[in-house]
Design a protein around this ligand. Structure first.
Ligand SMILES: [Zn+2]
Length: 375
């Protein structure tokens, strides 16, 4: 591929001096179509996104690429090597305990002064200036921080610097044992229909440290700050188009190249919809797409310890009173009740469940859509 380049980005150093690196693949588009940033495997056990990036690169060899596309597999070289016994850990930095996907940066105080300086300028100038400001803010953190950064921040900020250069951002994750679902900013819900993903969580304009929020919240805050002054600056207009998603590809600790091909085709449907590629053969499949507001996405914590037989199927509405799971308590056998059925008193859609069959009282057993609707 003539438009293809491969780089290695240094994101840190280990105690031995060995470099921590991530590969960066770039496809150069042939027009000014929206640009894209896709990364995978920020959480160590969530490996399927690497296979999806492989399939994307394979498919893109024969596709007309209009916008620049940057792809970063193995985004966290500490996380995916963090094993204990046969399991990959890699959800939390083992030194600080912080979730690897809560270390990105956004400083909302940059918005108001920027807006004051931007009044009267055209949208394209504002866009370019704001992008430069976000990159400068990250570079300030990386290069001019006299007290230094944690290992995780150094990795996250370097990835974020790449992400800020793109219009559209996809962060590929998986659940523990999980159905496919999409985290989508509320304003971009039309776009959710262009992925082959049957479940969408609509998230508000709140920054909690994740990459999707770190890339859409600044633009959304900017739009709101202009709106307060009665100025229309639309980040979902055809010319600006700022969107960012966390794509949950299924279960952790699994690579399935056939499913990865389907997931890559799903992402290409979205990129076709956005004009990033010229390949009308990629169209989202018709399906019932369920959505739920983030506040209605509920964790169900186990009311007791025990051994779990997970019963509820993912993705289908589960009527009130139908069992989610049954819990085996052999210690009660003979003089008590060894089997307990767990159910909820409202209809829900189970999305994911805990990865192990042995749980403590209070373990997050299931996550479910409540008050769901169709997109
Ligand atoms: Zn994750």
């Amino acid at each position: 591929m003539t438009n293809f380049t491969k780089d290695v980005m240094h994101v840190g150093e280990m105690a031995s001096g060995a470099a921590l690196t991530v590969p960066v693949y770039r496809l150069k588009g042939d027009s000014t179509a929206p640009s894209v940033y896709i990364q995978a495997n920020m959480h160590g056990a969530e490996v399927q996104g690497n296979a999806v990036i492989f399939q994307l690169l394979e498919l893109l060899r024969n596709t007309q690429v209009k916008g620049d596309i940057t792809l970063v597999p193995y985004a966290n070289p500490v996380g995916c090597n963090h094993k204990n016994g046969e399991y990959t850990l890699g959800r939390f930095d083992p030194i600080t305990g912080v979730n690897w996907n809560r270390m990105y940066h956004f400083a909302p105080e940059m918005i108001k002064p920027f807006v004051r300086e931007s009044i009267g300028k055209d949208d394209k100038t504002i866009e370019a200036n704001f992008k430069a400001l976000m990159i400068q803010s990250i570079e300030q953190k990386l290069n001019h921080n006299i007290f230094g950064l944690t290992t995780g921040q150094r990795i996250a900020y370097q990835l974020q610097r790449l992400a800020h250069q793109a219009d559209l951002v996809l962060d590929l994750h998986t659940g523990p044992i999980s159905s496919k679902h999409l985290y989508c900013p509320e304003y971009a819900k039309e776009s959710a229909k262009h992925f082959d993903i049957p479940h969408t969580l609509l998230i508000p304009n709140q920054f909690d440290g994740a990459l999707d929020e770190a890339t859409f919240c600044p633009w959304w805050h900017l739009q709101e700050a202009f709106a307060e002054l009665g100025i229309n600056f639309s980040i979902s207009s055809a010319s600006l188009n700022k969107e960012s998603f966390t794509v949950e590809l299924g279960s952790q600790e699994q690579i399935d190249l056939d499913v990865a091909l389907e997931d890559a085709q799903s992402i290409l449907s979205y990129l076709q919809y956005k004009g990033v590629i010229d390949a009308p053969e990629y169209q989202a499949k018709p399906m019932t797409r369920y959505a739920c507001m983030l506040k209605d996405y509920k964790a169900y914590y186990s009311p007791m310890g025990g051994m779990v037989d997970y019963l509820a199927e993912f993705g289908q509405p589960l009527p009130a009173g139908e069992p989610l799971a049954r819990i085996l308590r052999m210690d009660n056998y003979g003089d008590g009740d060894p089997l307990h059925y767990l159910s909820l008193d409202e209809e829900v859609i189970p999305i994911l469940h805990f990865a192990s069959a042995s749980v403590n009282q209070g373990t997050e057993l299931y996550k479910v859509f409540t008050k769901y609707f169709t997109l």
